[in-house]
Design a protein around this ligand. Structure first.
Ligand code: BF8
Ligand code: SF4
Length: 646
């Protein structure tokens, strides 16, 4: 392997010193990373970047050249609008399917609990189970948790089918929002139905009206946000517990040189919950000590990490771009992967160390990983088997190659909607009062990934800082949350970095100005919070001074999230460019036209300081239309662009 360091050295790749230290090792030892592979891909295909390449059928592949003299149509006659729309719809369906299939796995676990067939899972939040049963019209009276779990599971399985005209959880949205969905034909029906219909419509020769394709793509994204993802979040709370504010730590410094380190990577908390239990098993702890370790240390990566951080306070090793670097500490005995966002490269990196990679879901196997098929019915037994493998691997560690480069940074997590409302005294009124008084100008969800095309975490942290210093409350999920955690923005003391209004509210409540709402499926907590605020005020979500941002997104899941957030009425700024620029019609629709349809649009702005201005202007406009004190949006200066795409 011959590493090509992207840009002018590894400090260009990330803002974090733990990443720099590991990249230095990678450089020295010739270990390839994601940045090297990105460099080797240059120049990336211009047609694909514009979204105008198509390989849907075997008359192709085709490329259309909307701005040049090349072909304007594919072999079948599809033009740039049709091709971009089909590609975008398929990306949304892939993302929505990933989230919703995760939801299905949790739902099947609830069903197993309902049948009394699990030796490890139980209903941890009976109250939430009962509330959900009521929402689904299940009579909860006199029924045990187990009976109710089974009945609710059966009901929710219908959400994946074709018998529903509307997904029940979508009725949490304000009436006006639901009417918009009805009017536009985008009210989500069945999760699987919408996703399969995208595949049908985008087959050659089916839906060739680009607006019609995109409207169905919206419906599919809504079946994710108000369906599959929401089921994943709600049922994870029911089974594994409702997140409550918790203090923990983040960055590679959470790995311990004296302990057996197990890294939990992926998205689904089913297995990781079991690993947490198994790692506390006295027999296994004793075995670890026998092997010379002080104990068993768990650390999270990506969204599985967020799940166990939110509920169990398990420390977080890093976000998406840290997955290879984490192994290069030489201190990881075992990386357990479930699914999504796990680079196939991790098993290659692991070969350079003693680290074992264990895959666990039959739908997500990795060459070079040992596969232990996870069966929720025998959860604990499998969990113990895996933890034992980690302990046995401790003796293979090479102490001279262990390098844990930094001290961990403290961070808070665990802000479920229930916890936030609890902290406010059970009602959103105090938050509304602070917004009305102008102490808090509005709220923004910063979500999504890392993408090596953007300096790691720069987009998240700069945008967050600009917003909080201007009295805008920030809520975060996914890899954005981990970025802000590493930057020290998620402790109560960070209130000092906020403007005077937001700062004083945070100090009074003892909370950070940046609240961790969870993993990417937990973006539904943002929808629920926004709906609760809108319903409380009797307005649509689009009337509120809210915005969304995905400064460093890379994944198809993020495309689905952005789409359901906009279709729910929240203006959203993307940092990396989606592959749509080959169709000016579609760019115009997404950045302007959607305003009249959904009361919100997308914007694309890679520079976080400029994105902050766009968002601040938007929030002040919304404040003015609600009759609240507002700054003149045009008086908020738009800085010169400093950061553009790599
Ligand atoms: O679901 S933020 S890189 S880890 S896709 Fe993936 Fe993106 Fe991270 Fe979580 Ni979400
Ligand atoms: Fe080409 Fe049309 Fe086939 Fe796409 S669907 S590959 S544009 S012929």
């Amino acid at each position: 392997m011959s590493p090509v360091i992207h840009g002018n050295g590894y400090k260009k790749n990330s803002i974090n010193s733990d990443a720099w230290a590991m990249l230095e090792i990678a450089h020295r030892e010739g270990i390839e990373t994601v940045w090297d592979r990105l460099a080797k891909q240059q120049p990336q295909c211009g047609y694909c970047n514009l979204g105008t390449s198509c390989r849907i059928c075997s008359m192709g592949p085709c490329r259309v050249d909307p701005f040049g003299d090349g072909p304007q149509k594919g072999v079948c006659g599809a033009d740039a609008d049709i091709i971009v729309a089909r590609n975008l719809a398929r990306a949304i369906a892939a993302g929505a399917s990933a989230h919703s299939d995760h939801g299905r796995d949790i739902l099947e676990t609830l069903h197993i609990v309902g049948e009394g067939k699990s030796n490890v899972y139980k209903v941890s939040e009976p109250e939430k189970l009962r509330a959900l049963a009521v929402e689904y019209g299940v009579d909860a009276d006199g029924k045990s948790d187990q009976e109710l779990a089974k009945e609710l599971a059966w009901e929710m399985m219908e959400d994946y089918g074709m018998r529903r005209k509307k997904l029940p959880l979508a009725s949490r949205a304000p009436q006006m929002r639901q009417e918009t969905w009805e009017k536009t034909g985008t009210y989500p029906r069945g999760v699987d139905r919408e996703n399969v219909e995208v595949l049908h419509r985008t087959h050659m020769g089916v839906d060739n009206d680009w607006v019609n394709i995109l409207l169905h793509a919206v419906r599919t994204a809504l079946s994710d946000g108000w369906g599959g993802s929401m089921i994943a979040t709600e049922l994870s709370d029911v089974l594994f517990g409702l997140p409550k504010p918790v203090s923990s730590h983040v960055n590679l410094g959470v790995l311990r040189s004296d302990s057996v380190n197990i890294v939990l990577h992926g998205h689904n908390p089913m297995l990781s919950e079991v690993i947490v239990a198994a790692s506390q098993d006295p027999e296994l702890v004793a075995l670890a000590k026998e092997k010379g370790a002080q104990g068993i240390n768990l650390a999270g990566l990506c969204c599985t990490g967020n799940e166990v951080l939110m509920r169990k306070g398990i420390p977080m090793a890093g976000n998406h771009l840290m997955q290879e670097l984490c192994i290069m500490t030489g201190a990881v005995e075992l990386m357990i992967v479930d699914y999504q966002c796990i680079m196939p490269a991790v098993t290659e990196t692991a070969k350079c160390y003693h680290t074992k990679v264990i895959s666990t879901f039959d739908k997500a196997k990795f060459p070079g990983a040992e596969h232990i098929s996870f069966d929720p019915g025998r959860g604990l037994e499998i969990g113990k088997q895996i933890v034992r493998k980690a302990i046995e691997n401790f003796s293979n560690r090479v102490p001279e190659r262990v390098h844990i480069p930094v001290e961990p940074v403290p961070m808070m997590a665990g802000f479920s909607v229930e916890a936030i409302l609890g902290a406010l005294g059970g009602t959103p009124q105090p938050l509304v009062d602070a917004i009305v008084a102008g102490q808090i100008r509005g709220a923004v969800g910063i979500v999504g990934c890392n993408n090596p095309k953007i300096k790691q975490d720069l987009g998240h942290t700069e945008l967050t800082k600009r917003l909080i210093e201007n009295d805008i409350l920030v809520v975060v999920t996914g890899c954005a949350a981990v970025a802000d955690g590493k930057a020290g923005l998620m402790v109560p003391e960070a209130a000092d970095l906020a403007g005077p209004g937001l700062g004083s509210v945070c100090k009074a409540l003892g909370i950070p100005p940046v609240l961790h709402l969870g993993s990417c499926v937990d973006n539904t907590r943002i929808l629920v919070l926004a709906a609760a605020l809108a319903n409380h005020l009797g307005v649509d979500i689009s009337a509120l001074p809210l915005a969304g941002a995905a400064p460093e997104w890379y994944s198809e899941k993020a495309v689905s999230i952005g789409t359901y957030v906009v279709a729910s009425g929240i203006y959203t700024v993307l940092g990396t460019a989606p592959p749509i620029f080959g169709s000016l019609n579609i760019v115009k629709l997404l950045t302007e036209g959607l305003e009249d349809v959904f009361g919100a649009t997308f914007a694309v702005e890679p520079d976080p300081n400029r994105a902050a201005t766009l968002i601040r202007r938007h929030i002040e406009r919304k404040r003015a239309s609600l009759g609240l004190s507002a700054i003149d949006p045009e008086s908020i200066a738009m800085p010169e662009a400093e950061l553009t795409f790599v």
